[in-house]
Design a protein around this ligand. Structure first.
Ligand code: SAH
Length: 197
């Protein structure tokens, strides 16, 4: 690996233990930081839409790790919003990013922001998005999320089907038509109602 390929976001700032193992790790509040291979697959899938200046929504941002990686992929002219419905995780994601100088700059400049809300409704304030990543399994294909995609735009989303979950790639074409492609089976934390505080 040469210096231009070196990793820009240290997973150890986001995972409390075994940061470099290819497994999900608990981060508290019944949430997990996804396994590196899942983060890689999500980034690879969304990559054609992560151009300079792109707007991205990361739903179920949890540790904030993928939010930070997405911001690095689109560069300083784009914006990434991470949304989670558990306030302590929103705060944790922010402080995880603040552990590096680059992360602090991204937060200060507004390139990255973390908000609290129900991700099943997306985040209207920042819409439309070139890319939406959903980091928790949706009970259905939420129409509001499709509505917040640009045309063209792409969403990476795990969807529950009976006792199974599958990753779907939802593409909104330039003419506004929506196409869904099923990729592979997964096991994600569910996208649910907010816990009682
Ligand atoms: N991408 C994160 C995954 C965290 S686990 C990471 O790799 O760190 C899934 C996250 O989805 C949890 O943080 C959970 O709080 C959040 N979540 C679940 N339901 C949600 C909802 N309705 N709205 C927003 N966030 C939700």
């Amino acid at each position: 690996m040469n210096s231009s390929q070196k990793t820009q976001v240290d997973r150890a700032h986001y995972a409390p233990s075994s940061a470099y193992e290819d497994f999900p790790q608990p981060i508290g509040h019944r949430a997990t930081i996804s396994a590196p291979h899942m983060h890689a697959s999500a980034c690879e899938t969304l990559l054609p839409y992560l151009h300079p200046g792109a707007k991205v929504l990361d739903i179920g941002s949890g540790s904030g790790y993928l939010t930070a990686v997405l911001a690095n992929l689109i560069g300083p002219s784009g914006t990434v919003i991470g949304i989670d419905h558990i306030q302590p995780l929103v705060t944790m994601a922010q402080s995880n990013m603040e552990k590096s100088e680059a992360g602090r700059q991204m937060l200060d400049s507004g390139q990255v922001s973390f908000v609290k809300g129900d991700g099943r409704k997306g985040w209207k304030e920042g819409a439309p998005y070139d890319a939406i990543h959903v980091g928790a399994a949706a009970a259905e294909h939420h129409k509001e999320l499709e509505g917040q995609l640009k045309a063209p735009g792409r969403m990476f989303v795990p969807v529950e089907e009976g006792r199974m979950q599958h990753i779907y790639v939802v593409d909104k074409k330039e003419d506004g038509k929506v196409e869904k492609k099923k990729l592979y089976g997964v096991q994600y934390v569910p996208l649910t109602d907010a816990p009682q505080e």
